[in-house]
Design a protein. Structure first.
Length: 241
């Protein structure tokens, strides 16, 4: 159990947030602590809905000052339930939904609370897409930081292969940019290494042309034909592409 938090300190944190700060005594607490995996039943001390990177820094510094365990929730879709914790502070990014698309440069910038459905709608207006997930309700943050398997990866790679930059709030409250030239070691770790290196508040992606027609589906073979199928896939030039 964590030590009690002074009511005055909670009130001060609430004043710094444009979003809500929810405690177990507030109406809507049970809804606010819920994540996609219904088997996860954890009770955080506070849930901070942050509206921008500055509020993430404020919430994180509050957690450090009061020695609170921190969980970060983007889409809240983690099967393991890592987006919520017992007795600690949940930093919720769901209000951070800004998306910018530069169609000419084939780049997109999206905040940490964006879902794949949001990003796909924004990029498809230009006939472009980021290789992303197979479920439109998955958050871009968790999927990207975990690697990111999706429909387009056979052609354009995993989601993390198409990450160009990340804005990150570090554990000490510093904000840094990570890319191939700045904080390159952190950038390497973020691309599939999970979310324990910092709180990514914004992602920069490479975009690819998609459409106007996309054909997809499953191809299945009998187990007895496995050797013939694998031999063909190994040698066929159209498959090697």
């Amino acid at each position: 159990m964590t030590r009690p938090i002074r009511l005055g300190a909670v009130a001060a944190l609430r004043e710094h947030l444009r979003g809500r700060l929810i405690s177990p005594n507030d109406t809507g607490y049970d809804t606010a602590r819920r994540v996609w995996n219904g088997r996860i039943d954890r009770r955080p001390s506070l849930i901070a809905f942050c509206a921008d990177e500055k509020e993430v820094v404020v919430a994180l510094r509050f957690a450090r000052e009061h020695e609170l365990l921190v969980a970060v929730r983007g889409g809240g879709h983690s099967c393991a339930g890592t987006a919520v914790c017992d007795d600690g502070l949940v930093i919720d990014l769901s209000l951070m939904k800004a998306i910018e698309v530069d169609a000419a440069a084939r780049r997109a910038q999206a905040q940490g609370g964006v879902l794949w459905g949001d990003l796909d709608r924004a990029t498809q207006a230009f006939g472009l897409a980021v290789p992303g997930g197979t479920d439109s309700e998955v958050g871009i943050a968790g999927l990207t930081l975990g690697g990111g398997n999706g429909w387009l990866m056979g052609v354009h790679g995993a989601t993390c292969d198409n990450l160009l930059s990340a804005d990150v709030v570090m554990a000490d409250g510093r904000t840094v940019k990570a890319n191939c030239n700045e904080n390159a070691d952190l950038f390497w770790a973020l691309r599939g290494g999970g979310g324990n290196f910092g709180i990514v508040t914004s992602f920069g992606y490479r975009l690819h042309p998609v459409g106007p027609t996309v054909i997809g589906g499953a191809v299945m073979y009998a187990y007895r034909d496995a050797l013939k199928v694998l031999a063909y896939l190994h040698t066929a030039p159209e498959v090697r592409h």
